[in-house]
Ligand binder design. Structure first.
Ligand code: ADP
Ligand code: MG
Length: 251
């Protein structure tokens, strides 16, 4: 453990998000407090509809919470204008989703640097070369995304998320569409990024094996954190999720 790990990369306090659905109110997040330390890999789990994606989106400034606050490093997101928030997202946050949203008219390389180009930032060529090598895409840079396998596409998405050297990477079910072997490669890559570059990764997953790559597992149910486990094995995670199911919280 080095000292940087004590610095929060992400913090949320009393994070609450409700949605109006007709004359009903859906509470997606019901007051979540959490800190994600720099250089750590956290898995966020919980039943479908428990608020995992909402938590990621609010923590990443993609969505404004109904109440509560979120910080990236020392920056409190609710204090930022839309323009400043957009800039913060581009400069300091990387996203990896199950849907890649590539532009197939562009090459793999062009897709990786597109967010930087949009933000007007100049790519750091040495860092990009390192990222491309690290994710094993060197021979694919001139291909179109659609010519790649699912695992290769997810690695392009990770390279794109890393291109700006973000403070934190949020990944929402990044291995949900991948077969077991390909998922293992992608998870090993995320693990390596955390270990080699003190990257912070917060990843939503349904899979206890995927979660076992993380340093910590946070479990949500009904918009609240119901468990926070340091390095549980896949067996303990599966057991915990099953106990949530038995308590009738799934659905
Ligand atoms: P998870 O990612 O854990 O499956 P979500 O964060 O997507 O859960 O959703 C949490 C709850 O909020 C669910 O009940 C969902 O239906 C609701 N919800 C999410 N987004 C919206 C939205 N845009 N409008 C209305 N309800 C939403
Ligand atoms: Mg979700």
């Amino acid at each position: 453990m080095s000292v940087y790990m004590e610095q929060p990369a992400v913090r949320v306090e009393g994070l609450t998000r409700t949605y109006a659905a007709g004359d009903q109110t859906v509470t997606a997040l019901a007051g979540v407090d959490a800190t994600f330390a720099r250089g750590t890999f956290t898995a966020v789990m919980g039943p479908s509809g428990s608020g995992k994606s909402t938590l990621l989106q609010a923590a990443a400034g993609l969505d404004r919470p109904t109440a509560g606050r979120a910080w990236i490093g020392d920056t409190e997101l609710s204090r930022l204008s839309e323009t400043a928030l957009t800039k913060l997202r581009r400069d300091r946050i990387g996203f990896v989703f199950q849907a890649y949203n590539f532009i197939n008219a562009l090459t793999v390389e062009e897709n990786i640097v597109l967010p930087m180009r949009l933000s007007g930032a100049r790519p750091d060529r040495r860092w990009l070369a390192h990222v491309v090598e690290r994710v094993g895409l060197g021979a694919r840079l001139r291909h179109r995304p659609a010519q790649l396998s699912g695992g290769q596409q997810q690695r392009v998405a990770i390279a794109r998320a890393l291109a700006m050297r973000p403070d934190v990477i949020f990944a929402d079910e990044p291995t949900g569409a991948l077969d077991t072997g390909t998922a293992a490669e992608v998870l090993a890559l995320l693990r390596a990024i955390v270990d080699e570059h003190a990257q912070t990764v917060v990843m939503v997953t349904h899979d206890p094996v995927a979660a076992s790559y993380a340093d910590r597992v946070v479990v949500l149910a009904d918009g609240r954190i119901v468990a926070d486990m340091p390095q549980p094995g896949a067996d303990r995670i599966a057991e915990h999720l099953a106990s949530l199911g038995r308590a009738g919280r799934v659905g």
